[in-house]
Design a protein around this ligand. Structure first.
Ligand code: 0WD
Ligand code: CA
Length: 380
């Protein structure tokens, strides 16, 4: 293990000697009242087509179309099509923030400020999925992360890099795990239609290049945020008709048979589901429970805002306030550490379970992630 602290000092002598070099992730340090989190507002939408091409519209948005709630279990076969009707997105291709930056470049006017030196009216730009990982960090015992951060014209950009461990895991992924991942996408196909009054077509191809993304603005404490996340579908009959509240997140999980299994699900899985949907203000999560044969044996709907009531009785469980306070502290840490405005300078923040967050500094390296076209478009 290299010494992150030493390296950052050596390469960055200008750093204020009082600036902290690490950030603790211990939950008890963040066990304070829930911080201010502004109601997420949708700023825009974009779509990625079957070839991963960008379109600044909602053409890939799908409509929630569950089976009738009465009657027997839905009869979904989540393995169907795995061999012959599956187009998988290339996992080795690093996209970084590219699609989101394209949306920003095309919608600059909406984000402008009076301040000529700061073309975007936001402190942070990132993917929702990156923020989800930050929120769950105080409770994560398995997977670390690497986030590259660059300050460019007054805004901090956060882009994830795959860790060594994650790359090895991806390359050695078992056939069983690959099929389980497919089953999640197949479930979406069974639950979504192409039109508001349509019915799902499970005979089609599952293509994971296709995506509909929402662009969200919010604020956590004194940190303004612009982030984008992939949305599974919208519910045309939602009690909350406007985006992002009308969006529905679809999940699959192994069917549970005992209170102990349910408690473990609440502790380890629901935290991720909650964090992912709470951030963009997606109000409902619908779970399909998988039987051992790959069929769906039941559906359960979770209201994102009520999840904290489900976990509150369990004293050993995670706390939403800890997640959010840690995220606020992490963003504040980025602001104190990354102070040089330079699109070619990357601070790489690294975290491994059992350790505090640390960082290294890289100039003109393989970690540079802001594309030249973006830097030019925002400098004009
Ligand atoms: O280049 C990269 N390494 C990244 C690309 C890092 C982060 C995101 N992205 C892409 C995502 O794939 C997605 O298209 O940007 C878009 C938005 O991502 P997000 O919403 O911020 O990411 P996250 O919340 O982690 O994932 C949302 C959904 C997933 O739903 P589930 O229910 O599994 O959480 O995006 C899909 C997936 O449906 N998704 C992927 N699909 C295929 N391959 C992948 C993937 N590697 N990652 C996320
Ligand atoms: Ca999903």
């Amino acid at each position: 293990q290299e010494d992150h602290e030493g390296e950052s000092k050596a390469k960055h002598p200008k750093t204020d000697s009082k600036a902290p070099l690490t950030l603790s992730v211990t939950p008890s340090l963040y066990d304070a009242p829930f911080p201010f989190y502004r109601r997420p507002a949708e700023m825009g939408q974009f779509s990625l087509d079957a070839k991963r091409g960008f379109h600044g519209d909602a053409r890939q948005l799908r409509y929630y179309a569950p089976p009738p709630s009465e009657g027997p279990s839905p009869g979904f076969d989540l393995r169907d099509g795995y061999r012959d009707r599956y187009v998988r997105r290339g996992g080795g291709i690093r996209e970084g923030l590219e699609h989101l930056l394209k949306w920003i470049a095309q919608n600059r006017k909406q984000l402008q400020t009076e301040d000529k030196g700061r073309p975007l009216n936001t402190d942070f730009v990132t993917w929702r999925g990156h923020l989800t990982k930050v929120l769950t960090t105080p409770y994560e015992a398995q997977e670390g992360w690497l986030f590259a951060v660059t300050l460019f014209r007054g805004t901090l950009y956060i882009s994830e890099f795959e860790t060594e461990a994650a790359r090895k895991q991806r390359e050695q992924r078992s056939e069983l795990l690959k099929e389980l991942m497919y089953m999640g996408y197949k479930f979406e196909q069974y639950m979504c239609a192409d039109t508001p009054d349509g019915i799902p077509d499970p005979t089609g191809v599952v293509n994971t290049n296709e995506a509909f993304c929402t662009v969200i603005r919010s604020r956590l404490g004194n940190h303004s945020l612009l982030f984008s996340g992939e949305v599974d579908c919208t519910d045309p009959r939602s009690p909350w008709p406007d985006p992002p509240s009308c969006y529905v997140e679809l999940k699959t999980s192994k069917v549970m048979h005992s209170p102990a299994q349910r408690r473990s699900f609440y502790r380890h899985k629901l935290i991720k589901w909650w964090a992912q949907s709470f951030l963009p203000g997606v109000s409902r999560i619908v779970a399909g429970y998988r039987g051992p044969d790959g069929s769906v044996v039941g559906l359960e709907s979770f209201e994102t805002m009520k999840i904290f009531q489900l976990i509150r009785e369990d004293p050993g469980c995670w706390k939403p306030a800890v997640c959010m306070n840690f995220c606020a502290a992490f963003l504040a840490f980025l602001k104190t550490v990354v102070t040089e405005d330079n699109p070619k300078l990357v601070h790489l923040f690294a975290w491994d379970p059992g350790h505090p967050v640390s960082f290294t500094v890289h100039q003109d390296s393989q970690y540079c992630f802001l594309p030249d076209w973006y830097v030019e478009s925002l400098s004009a």
